[in-house]
Write a protein that binds this ligand. Structure first.
Ligand code: NDP
Length: 259
């Protein structure tokens, strides 16, 4: 990475929720490879430890902060942000990536508990984390917020109605913040991943072989994605290359959503 490149993240500080595995870890790696420091949060200490070790190999442990934190716990998020800003001096990039899914055969069979859990983690927590993070960006008059949606931000699904509702909400929340904070030089965008091999989906082929085959058949790229496939778009949206891009949602899906 040459200095002053549009995609150079040297000196930038990123917070990736759910950065201890899957897509979040893939994006945290890409940020560090492009010069940033990265803080990752998640609930599982074992996954945090493993991810911290992996990230430290790229540019040393000084560039990495791993902290146990549940994104639905406002006090815990606030405390992590204070630690992060104390250690790195500020916050430039926030990726709201933490997410969960609960399935039922049909919408009316999804329990109230499962509905609430999915909406809390996938949507309400984005508002919580963003509301606490934005003042640090406003103070320095620069920031990049990247929200992780899904193909279910666009399409409906019979078996994951809360997930689809939460991911649809991600697009509208992204637009709302983008409109509000363009004046503060904070760009807010979303990435809509296609079907990506992670802990969330690793049993999908076994559990739903027909749907798995349908997805591969419908994806022009002819395959499921890997977490690394998200890195380029994440770096673009985190860097000065995207300074005039705000409020948009970019599918990274091997073409799944185009036909
Ligand atoms: P993973 O299950 O691998 O990652 C989910 C991450 O979220 C984990 O790091 C998990 O950490 C964290 N997390 C979950 N709940 C909480 C919580 N309450 N507080 C803090 N962290 C939490 O799945 P993916 O990498 O696939 O998912 C990442 C994002 O990408 C999600 O928003 C998902 O909806 C989205 N996505 C995934 C797709 C796919 O095909 N895989 C497709 C489209 C979108 P921990 O377990 O330690 O809490």
């Amino acid at each position: 990475m040459t200095e002053n490149s549009l995609f150079d993240l040297s000196g930038r500080v990123a917070l990736v929720t759910g950065g201890n595995g899957g897509i979040g870890l893939g994006m945290a790696k890409a940020f560090i490879e492009h010069g940033a420091s990265a803080a990752i949060i998640g609930r599982s200490q074992a996954k945090l430890d493993a991810a911290e070790t992996e990230l430290s190999k790229i540019a040393g442990s000084d560039s990495v902060l791993a902290a146990q934190c549940d994104v639905t716990d406002r006090d815990s998020v606030s405390s992590v942000l204070e630690t992060l800003v104390g250690r790195f001096g500020g916050l430039d990039i926030l990726v709201n990536n933490a997410g969960v899914n609960r399935r039922a055969d049909e919408p009316h069979l999804l329990s109230a508990e499962d509905w609430e859990y999915v909406i809390d983690v996938n949507l309400t927590s984005i508002h919580t984390v963003t509301s606490l993070a934005f003042p640090y960006m406003k103070e320095r008059r620069r920031g990049k917020i990247i929200n992780i949606g899904s193909m279910m931000s666009i399409f409906g699904t019979a078996y994951a109605p809360a997930y689809a509702a939460s991911k649809g909400g991600v697009i509208q929340y992204t637009k709302s913040c983008a409109v509000a904070w363009a004046k503060d030089n904070v760009q807010v965008n979303a990435i809509l991943p296609g079907w990506i091999v992670t802990e969330m989906t690793n049993q999908f082929k076994e559990l739903f072989p027909d749907r798995h085959a349908m997805i591969v058949g419908r994806t022009p790229a002819g395959r499921w994605g890997q977490p690394a496939d998200l890195g380029g778009t994440a770096v673009f949206l985190a860097s000065s290359a995207s300074d005039f891009v705000t409020g948009t949602s970019i599918p990274v899906d091997g073409g799944y959503s185009v036909w």
